[in-house]
Design a protein around this ligand. Structure first.
Ligand code: FES
Length: 56
């Protein structure tokens, strides 16, 4: 599913980025561009980031 509509970023892409070492919203912003436009995806992206890190 799409998490960030502005940049077309899916949950799969975020999970992959975490698997490859991303561990902060700053990393996701830099690597994928998540939350760099309207910002509405921030809460959802952060929750997914935390859930993915906790599941690792
Ligand atoms: Fe992610 Fe707009 S939906 S920046």
């Amino acid at each position: 599913m799409y998490v960030c509509l502005c940049k077309g970023i899916t949950d799969h892409q975020i999970r992959r980025a975490v698997a490859e070492g991303a561990d902060s919203m700053r990393d996701l912003r830099r690597e994928l561009g998540v939350c760099t436009d309207c910002g509405k995806c921030g809460v959802c992206a952060n929750r997914l980031l935390r859930d993915t890190l906790n599941a690792a």
